[in-house]
Design a protein around this ligand. Structure first.
Ligand SMILES: [Mg+2]
Length: 235
């Protein structure tokens, strides 16, 4: 067994998609009552992906990506959030609902406990703002040795530097660590390219044959649940 297992946070340990869905629907019902909430979820998701990537690449700062997401979302409804204060207030109102829905995936704590029993040390590498991500970690009762966030470093997954930085923080060589995440390229292939054991958690089971081939070629293990992790790492 490896001595260190590192995890992605959102949608790997933390049920981010669930919290977003719940938070957006509650927020829309209040501020855009005429909107088709469920029908708007995909557009919210696309705006999040688009502007969050702009944050991760340094094009926007953390608050600016939130404002752009809010502005893009309300644009079809003729709502004007050009004033930063209005955009911030709109996004903060959404965050109230998002926070109320914070929870872990059911398999997260049992997995961390199983690793602890095997004397495996654990940590998190997340693409995000350290304060915001740490608030989530604490709110849901996660306990790991180190939380490493791209926002504090200036580089983000899949840049190998973030994986190597994490290994240095733990004082282990990359070959002594595994990294588990829900995004094949950003997480599992990125980690494998940096010399860690990459593990892709495909919770929905929607992996294509091409993706599975790509994972296999890089030595990445594919699991459907964190319940499978210790078994996958024991091979
Ligand atoms: Mg993730």
């Amino acid at each position: 067994m490896l001595s260190v297992v590192l995890f992605d946070l959102d949608d790997t340990l933390f049920a981010h998609a669930h919290a977003v869905r719940t938070g957006v629907l509650a927020h829309i019902a209040r501020v855009l009552p005429a909107a088709d909430g469920p029908g708007e979820l995909e557009r919210w998701h696309e705006l999040e992906e688009h502007h969050y990537l702009r944050y991760l690449t340094g094009e926007l700062d953390f608050l600016a990506q939130r404002r752009e997401r809010a502005r893009g979302f309300v644009e079809p409804y003729g709502v004007d959030l050009a004033d930063d204060r209005l955009a911030d207030r709109w996004f903060d109102d959404y965050l109230v609902h998002y926070r109320e829905a914070w929870r872990l995936h059911d398999d997260a704590l049992p997995c961390l406990e199983a690793l602890s029993r095997l004397d495996v040390r654990t940590g998190i590498i997340t693409n995000g703002d350290i304060e915001f991500q740490t608030a989530k970690v604490e709110a849901v009762g996660l306990s790991v040795e180190h939380v490493i966030a791209s926002g504090s470093l200036g580089f983000a997954k899949p840049d190998p530097r973030i994986f190597l930085h994490a290994c240095a923080v733990f004082g282990v060589p990359p070959a002594g660590a595994a990294y588990v995440g829900d995004r094949l390229r950003t997480d599992a292939l990125g980690a494998a390219a940096a010399g860690l054991r990459g593990v892709w958690i495909d919770r929905s089971g929607e992996a294509s044959a091409a993706e599975l081939d790509e994972a296999r070629a890089a030595g990445v293990r594919v699991i459907r649940s964190l319940d499978e992790l210790t078994g996958a790492l024991a091979d």
